[in-house]
Design a protein around this ligand. Structure first.
Ligand code: PLP
Length: 399
């Protein structure tokens, strides 16, 4: 059975062109870019070329690119940089809907004496910039707001947020892990100090990321060690990953139009088809400002995990809106922050497409999913109005 992969916000397949670019590095090109001999020199050249490709894709200068091991490392490094360089400033502003790569750093800081303002979002998952302005204090060290949300797909107004930071002399960090390759990004015109991306979300392998640091912005290395990355990140470079992310960046830039036409059209057809054939469903997130590939949709009365298991029998891969990794089946912090009622948030699915999806795959989902949902609803105690629903609603988290 072939796999219908609609979980590209979780990870992506490695593009064949990326794999081809990497293969020599798993063979004869095993040099260390720091070595003086010819073999090392060839690796050094590949490192430089990858840096140039990433910089070209983001509209910045190659010396503003720091290669990291993942998006999480980039986020940690950016936050660490801003705080270490301004030890007197003990306040940061972020949002309730960040990825754990930022959220858990912020919570850790809070436990260690920092003040953190977690901005909320409205029902459509949007931020209110007046709340951001009002949260600014003389001791604010950093504003950290993601470019686009991994669950709802909502795109935040990063340019305006960057301008607010500039007005107040506060550094701005954006986690752009979900934005790169889906919406155009031009750092020449985007007033942010730090921007983070991750290879495995743009068809490069796992275990490589990029941290953009604007020239003259505050910086303190997070990973102390050798002189690699101009002293900004110790550790011998993951050259296969770096060459992969360079190639993936080139492909992402070339594919952005397809992402915003063909992928967007498939996503919209999926959304329309599901909404027409399944009653008591809602689409989560701002319809005006959403990533072109993402559909978060909630079906009342059922469990996302049950849907995932049944869909998996048809080879359909998506994700649910629950933080099931914690084992608690709590609705996700993003859907909770959006105030989605318990009966809906538990039945949320996230479909995230890529340029590798086809119309036939969308047809297959539109055929298989409605009967799955009908079957689960027939079994649902909530739908039968069993006792317990009121209790659950009353006790579900609403923050
Ligand atoms: N930030 C966002 C918005 C993400 O979606 C992810 C991955 O899911 C990350 C950060 C973490 O990236 P990585 O897995 O490369 O550490």
């Amino acid at each position: 059975m072939s796999v219908i992969y609609l979980d590209n916000n979780a990870t992506t397949k490695v593009a064949p062109e990326v794999r081809d670019a990497i293969l020599p590095l798993l063979g004869e090109e095993y040099g260390n870019p720091s070595s003086m001999h010819n073999l090392g020199g060839r690796s050094g050249k590949l490192l430089t070329e990858a840096r140039e490709k990433v910089a070209a894709g983001l509209g910045c200068s190659p010396d503003e690119i720091v290669f990291t091991s993942c998006g999480t490392e980039g986020d940690n490094t950016a936050i660490h940089s801003a705080l270490e360089s301004q030890p007197d400033k003990r306040h940061i502003i972020t949002t309730k809907v960040e990825h754990p790569a930022v959220l858990n750093v912020a919570r850790h800081l809070e436990r260690n004496g920092y003040d953190v303002t977690f901005l909320g979002v409205d029902k459509l998952g949007r931020l209110n910039l007046d709340e951001l302005r009002a949260a600014i204090r003389p001791d604010t060290a950093l504003i950290s707001v993601m470019y686009a949300n991994n669950e709802s797909g909502v795109v935040f107004p990063i340019r305006e947020i960057g301008e607010i930071g500039r007005e107040h002399g506060i550094p701005v960090h954006t986690d752009a892990v979900q934005a790169v390759g889906k919406i155009p990004i031009n750092l020449a015109e985007l007033p942010v100090d730090y921007l983070v991306l991750s290879g495995h979300k743009i068809h490069a392998p796992k275990g490589v990321g990029v941290l953009y640091v604007r020239r003259n912005s505050l910086f303190r290395p997070f990973m102390l060690g050798g002189h690699q990355e101009s002293g900004r990140r110790g550790g011998t470079e993951n050259l296969p990953g770096i060459v992969g992310i360079g190639k993936a960046m080139e492909l992402a830039v070339a594919g952005i139009e397809e992402e915003n036409t063909r992928v967007l059209a498939m996503r919209d057809r999926l959304e329309k088809g599901l909404m027409e054939s399944i009653p008591e469903a809602v689409v989560n997130g701002d319809p005006e400002n959403r990533l072109p590939n993402t559909l978060s949709i909630a079906f009342k009365y059922i469990e996302g995990e049950a849907m995932l298991l049944l869909m998996d029998q048809f080879g359909i891969c998506a994700s649910s809106g629950s933080a099931c990794t914690s084992g608690s089946l709590e609705p996700s912090h993003v859907l909770r922050a959006m105030g989605l009622p318990f009966t809906y948030s538990h039945g949320s699915l996230r479909f995230s497409l890529s340029v590798y999806n086809t119309d036939e795959e969308i047809d297959k989902v539109l055929k298989e999913l409605p009967p799955i949902i009908e079957r689960l609803r027939q079994m649902s105690p909530f739908r039968r109005g069993d006792e317990g629903l009121d209790w659950v609603e009353a006790h579900s988290h609403n923050h």
